[in-house]
Design a protein around this ligand. Structure first.
Ligand SMILES: [Zn+2]
Length: 373
């Protein structure tokens, strides 16, 4: 072989070796990038609100789903929902799924139990604040609006604390043919707890997703001993810690059942949702609960006469709100969470109007420094 030719081959081989080295280097870099991407994808998955079925499906009376309690763990360790036949309120906390049945009696749900609706996420707090004493539910929600101002993403809310009073409900177990939720809820068990430690498990859904999930705040409660729980109508807080997990991703599994396929989900069920929600602001039909009866829920009977209307006292609103950046607030309020707008209700967006009505129902004074939006 001529020398020139051999030189040429050697140069080619050198090029090939160089190419392989560069290729391997590039591959190593690429695999690092893939690993990093997978790492962030994993972190992002924890920030996903996972939901099975839709709230409008539930409102329409679709109380049988095909997801099991055992499948929930793959999607989250914190959240709420219900069970097939509306057999109790679901509270998911620390990765355990609890089932609160009639009168609030709570136990862990068996893995094979079927669910028609659930919302969960992996709870990683973005923000923490103390729970001010004396807050009722309206005050807590207004305070959370300040702590978590982004109304356009899901927010998961965990409040561990001591509560002077709670008003809860569990749904009546249904059998087929199912009636729509707004009718069924008239037979719910409403009961109260006093001076009890436990956790509020909440999800705030953006208003624009109202046909998918409960728009605004939705809280369930479970006692610290995990023996009693339910859907929350009212609270009076004593002390505790609020934690908020902002959750910007959203994943829904829709049932592939014939019944879901047959539902008319194009009609608005906002009025039904209001009827379900308004129950908590109606005069209570409860017997007054003996103060010594801590942790023993009283089951309301619709036939009972109204003995004592249960109205949570207005909270003492003299605390400055902690952990709130008010630097851009030109008119600072002493109690920024206590706003009741003096403008006409029609001028307010839905969620503010509903809150305003609750404030009015509780006869709370208008906060003069609140501005109409
Ligand atoms: Zn609920």
């Amino acid at each position: 072989m001529p020398l020139d030719c051999m030189k040429a081959i050697k140069i080619e081989l050198n090029h090939a070796a160089q190419f392989m080295t560069n290729f391997l280097r590039a591959l190593a870099t690429a695999s690092f990038i893939i690993t990093a991407a997978m790492g962030s994808a994993y972190a992002a998955d924890r920030d996903t609100l996972y939901q099975y079925s839709t709230i409008d499906g539930l409102l329409a009376g679709l109380y049988d789903g095909e997801m099991t309690v055992g499948e929930i763990a793959a999607h989250g360790d914190f959240g709420l929902g219900t069970f097939n036949d509306l057999d109790g309120e679901m509270i998911v906390i620390d990765g355990i799924v609890y089932q609160a049945r009639g009168g609030g009696t709570t136990q862990t749900a068996p893995a094979q139990t079927l669910v028609p609706f659930v919302s969960v996420t992996f709870f990683d707090a973005n923000k923490t604040a103390p729970l001010p004493s004396g807050f009722n539910l309206a005050a807590l929600e207004a305070y959370l609006d300040q702590l978590a101002p982004n109304q356009n993403v899901y927010q998961a809310i965990r409040v561990d604390g001591v509560f002077k009073h709670l008003k809860l409900r569990t749904p009546p177990k249904q059998s087929k043919p199912y009636a729509p939720l707004a009718q069924v809820i008239a037979q719910q068990d409403v009961f109260e707890l006093k001076d009890v430690a436990g956790t509020l498990v909440g999800i705030r859904t953006p208003q624009y997703l109202a046909s998918l999930n409960v728009a605004g705040y939705h809280f369930h409660f479970i006692t610290a001993d995990r023996a009693t729980g339910g859907h929350v109508f009212e609270i009076t807080a004593d002390s505790g810690t609020i934690r908020i997990d902002r959750t910007a991703q959203f994943k829904v599994t829709l049932p592939e059942t014939q019944k879901f396929a047959a539902l008319d989900l194009n009609q608005s069920r906002h009025e039904d949702m209001k009827r379900v929600e308004q129950v908590r602001s109606q005069p209570s039909q409860l017997k007054a609960m003996p103060t010594s009866d801590v942790m023993n829920p009283v089951v309301a009977s619709p036939a009972l006469p109204l003995v004592a209307p249960v109205v949570a006292p207005p909270p003492v609103l003299t605390l400055a709100a902690p952990n709130i950046d008010t630097t851009n607030d030109t008119k600072k309020s002493k109690a920024p969470w206590a706003f009741l707008f003096e403008c006409k209700d029609e001028a307010l967006p839905d969620h503010m109007r509903m809150r305003n009505q609750r404030h009015k129902a509780a006869r709370r004074p208008a906060n003069k420094s609140s501005r109409c939006p």
